[in-house]
Write a protein that binds this ligand. Structure first.
Ligand code: MG
Length: 505
């Protein structure tokens, strides 16, 4: 480690912290392998191995020696900026281990692993009643966890805080009300536009080989500056990114052989996460300053690359000849405009994971409102399907006929990840505000036309990546853009883009 640590308590603490960090890398390797390589009969063995490593991590956090040092660090004076940030991050990181009783953590593990199988079946059979008792238990446990973590008025704040430090339900409500007000009418306008072209003839029927799709997405993430000597790209059913070490960032993607769009933009999304981790200052490795600061900032960067770059008409226009080179036969009848339009099919939809960049945030807002109401007892679990339908109608003008396409669609609640979703929408807001600032020094569209993505990567390296977890999310946004988080950057970005793209009035 090169970073200067003058404080004696932190100097003693960091070697122990490194052990936790190393076990975290091993845990990530087990998880990556589970998703990418695991033979069918190895699931139980892998669960046992992961559980063992997790229990070792918990033991280290709870060991008297480490706990004493963490608690002592909280009272230290005269710390430099990095030391202060480490003390703060240790407080955040230890909150769950030191405040939530061990019995409750074990109970949560048991309840959520049982819930997963029930949810899976309930979704297949479209039978919410089957899952309702499990969801009731999960909500009770989450409320109990919130009471141990502590909050002022809303238990949901304590849960949000675990994923996006210092975020509150009130702040979400303020931002999301603004987003809804702008986007609901915009989506209506876009839906009516005659220039909206449903991609036909070349999506869903024509074959695009896996190996060619792989070459194209590797080309794109190469343009982004993702370092393939410090990372890999593999296949998994749900794309994700994980860090196995400072120089080992694993991206995954999935291929649809009759639709090249998803593997392409989702690889750019995951590479956005990967660039963040590859760009963190090397001296923060294995310290509480390592890694991206929050889910929301991570998602800001990944969604920036996926949407603001990957679905930018100037960039797609640059990519078009490359697609022709790989798919000369398939693209014989596909002109540039149809190709670009295929990435801009905007419509109200029921399923979050297939949502376009305009409607996506509304899917998240729906989940935020549901969670906040469920945790606060404003909606009871038995009424959740109906509440979901009503919100869907309000936001999208359509409602699911089946609960499997409504309240049962996502896996997150079965894990007890209540408070996780809002960071996704927040990421969109952060990203648009970053773009506005970036455009003051980077000739964004001009660079995209030339496929020149490195100036964007370098801007992120300098302004965000390198800091790792040094600044809290809100502090980082202020430092980078000079302003507090403001939702209008995002709604203006979408309104401007689509008003011009579809010649809206
Ligand atoms: Mg992501």
């Amino acid at each position: 480690m090169l970073m200067k640590i003058a404080n004696k308590t932190l100097a003693k603490l960091l070697p122990l912290y490194k052990e936790i960090s190393l076990l975290g890398n091993i845990q990530a390797l087990l998880g990556w392998d589970l998703n990418v390589n695991l033979p069918p009969q190895a699931a139980a063995g892998r669960a046992e191995q992961s559980g063992y490593v997790a229990s070792k991590i918990t033991q280290l956090w709870l060991s008297p020696e480490f706990r004493t040092l963490v608690e002592q660090s909280q009272t230290e004076k005269d710390l430099n900026q990095e030391e202060q940030a480490m003390v703060r991050n240790l407080k955040i990181g230890s909150k769950f281990f030191y405040n939530v009783p061990k019995e409750l953590i074990i109970k949560k593990e048991q309840v959520t692993s049982a819930a997963f199988m029930v949810w899976k079946q309930a979704k297949e059979e479209n039978d919410f009643k089957k899952f309702a008792p499990n969801l009731t238990k999960i909500m009770e446990i989450e409320k109990e966890i919130a009471s141990h973590l502590g909050y002022k008025t809303n238990p949901y704040d304590a849960l949000l805080d675990m994923y996006e430090p210092e975020l509150t339900a009130k702040e979400c409500e303020r931002l999301f009300t603004g987003v809804k007000k702008e986007l609901v009418p915009l989506i209506k306008k876009i839906s009516k536009s005659k220039e909206q072209k449903k991609p036909a003839g070349f999506i869903g029927t024509t074959q695009y080989s896996l190996s060619d799709q792989e070459k194209l997405l590797k080309f794109a993430i190469g343009l982004m500056g993702f370092d393939m000597t410090r990372g890999t790209v593999s296949v998994s059913p749900h794309p994700f990114t994980t860090q196995l070490g400072q120089h080992d960032i694993r991206l995954t993607t999935m291929y649809n052989l009759t639709d090249f769009r998803e593997s392409f933009t989702s690889a750019m999304h995951e590479a956005g996460h990967g660039l963040y981790e590859q760009g963190v200052s090397p001296e923060y490795n294995h310290t509480p300053l390592a890694g991206g600061v929050s889910l929301g900032i991570h998602e800001a960067l990944s969604r920036f690359w996926e949407n603001m770059v990957g679905k930018n008409p100037a960039f797609l226009s640059y990519m078009y000849p490359h697609f022709i080179a790989f798919y000369p036969d398939q693209f014989r009848m596909v002109d540039e405009s149809s190709f670009i339009h295929a990435f801009h099919h905007i419509r109200p939809s029921l399923i979050r994971i297939h949502a376009d960049e305009v409607t996506y945030s509304l899917h998240i807002i729906l989940r935020f409102e549901m969670e906040n109401a469920l945790v606060n007892g404003k909606i009871s679990v038995k009424d959740a399907p109906e509440a979901w339908r009503a919100k869907s109608k309000e936001l999208f003008g359509i409602e699911p006929e089946k609960d499997s396409e409504g309240v049962l669609q996502d896996v997150h609640w079965t894990y007890g990840s209540i408070g996780y979703f809002p960071a996704y929408a927040l990421g969109n807001l952060y990203g648009a505000q970053f773009l506005d600032t970036m455009k003051k020094t980077v000739k964004f569209e001009k660079e995209l036309e030339k496929g020149n993505l490195l100036p964007i990567k370098h801007w992120f390296d300098k302004n965000i990546h390198t800091y790792g977890s040094l600044y809290m999310p809100a502090e980082l946004v202020k430092k980078v853009t000079g302003k507090e988080l403001d939702y209008t950057y995002f709604t203006k970005y979408l309104t401007d883009k689509y008003t011009s793209f579809f010649s809206l009035k």
